[in-house]
Write a protein of this length. Sequence first.
Length: 81
Amino acid sequence: MRMLLWLLLVYVGYKVVKGYLGNREKPAPSRLETETFQDPVCGVYVAADDAVVGRVEEKRIYFCSMACLEKYRDSLTTGHQ
């Protein structure tokens, strides 16, 4: 009877350890390789996925918010960058 109890405990322990090691999540590769850009207005770094994108002369410029994009456009029209 003791042997059966020990075998049961070892089996349960094995399943717990195997379940713990098998369920560890691996980070998504795309999140690790996300490209970041510096906002030209406020200097904050922003991920390409989260950025507000503006275009000047067919060049993409990344901003942290619409407010920064608008400030940048205003500076272009007044001649101050």
